[in-house]
Design a protein around this ligand. Structure first.
Ligand SMILES: Nc1ncnc2c1ncn2[C@@H]1O[C@H](COP(=O)(O)OP(=O)(O)OP(=O)(O)O)[C@@H](O)[C@H]1O
Ligand SMILES: [Mg+2]
Length: 270
């Protein structure tokens, strides 16, 4: 089992966007995945509730600082979304089980400083120090007309953290969040491929973490805390959409006969 967490003490940097995309990527690979929401806003849980039934399923797990324990037994992989201002004991608890932590970074000086502080705190935690939890940053909401992608790459170099590139600012991400979707849920076409290209390094990093944790001896999992595992009933809110060709399924060479490659109208608008 692999546990991924998305952390940045600065609010609004794209943590929930990254967490939902990681979960959807893993689900698209056919894995049993649980999206844990440590955030009081419950953004990821809200997203899960909007997820159409036609897309690869993801289980919900509502947790807070008090009831956070080991991920429940039987779950293959876990993705944890965390709130802004997440430091101290809460962060320590998450880092006790995380195999990989992704830090979404945005370019402003204040945001880089907050991300640097977060990296410093993470580096002080035992599992990170022991090399059992890998860290990486990713630039989020980058305006493609600026040099902010390079700025963040240089910043990550200074911080000595692995950098997985940048995700450009695009309206489609806000729409995905509102529809329980991710870029990994759409049929491939040129426009989707353009967006997915930005996820290549992140997907490879996830794949590498999966491979690494598969080799590591399995830690004993805890029993689920009564009432904190939430199986969110997905609510289809799009017009009936034919079963979509998932990117991951396509990669696996799954039999996709009978599916269509229609792109939802809202995608074409961006
Ligand atoms: N690449 C992107 N392009 C455009 N909008 C984006 C992008 N990434 C995220 N957003 C939007 O930015 C807003 C904040 O993103 P998100 O909720 O993922 O951040 P967060 O770090 O989880 O915020 P919080 O700290 O409040 O939990 C959302 O409206 C989201 O749709
Ligand atoms: Mg959030």
């Amino acid at each position: 089992m692999a546990v991924f967490a998305v952390v940045n003490r600065k609010g609004g940097t794209g943590k929930s966007t990254l967490a939902t995309h990681l979960a959807a990527y893993l689900a698209g690979l056919g894995h049993e995945v649980m999206l844990g929401d440590v955030d009081r806003q419950q953004s990821s849980r809200l997203w899960l509730g909007l997820r159409p039934e036609t897309r690869p399923p993801i289980h919900g797990w509502t947790i807070d600082d008090r009831n956070f324990a080991r991920p429940p037994a039987g779950v293959k992989h876990v993705v944890l979304d965390t709130p802004g201002g997440f430091t101290g004991i809460g962060l320590m608890k998450v880092a006790m089980y995380a195999d990989a932590i992704l830090i979404p970074a945005t370019p402003s000086l204040f945001d880089r400083r907050a991300a640097a502080d977060c990296i410093k705190e993470l580096r002080g935690l035992p599992r990170v120090q022991l090399g059992k939890c890998r860290l990486a940053s990713v630039g989020m909401r980058i305006d493609g007309r600026t040099r902010n992608a390079q700025l963040l790459e240089a910043w990550a170099g200074q911080e000595g953290i692995e950098h997985l590139g940048t995700i450009k600012e695009a309206q489609i991400y806000a729409r995905c969040l509102e529809q329980g979707l991710s870029m990994f849920d759409f049929p491939r076409n040129r426009s989707i491929d353009m967006y997915l290209a930005e996820w290549t390094a992140i997907s490879a990093w996830v794949d590498a973490t999966l491979a690494e944790t598969a080799l590591a001896p399995a830690a004993p999992a805890a029993n689920p805390q009564p009432g904190n595992v939430v199986h969110v009933r997905p609510t289809p809110i799009l017009k009936p959409v034919p079963l979509l060709r998932s990117v991951a399924a396509e990669r696996r060479g799954a039999d996709l006969s009978g599916t269509t490659a229609d792109t939802p109208a809202f995608l074409r608008a961006s």
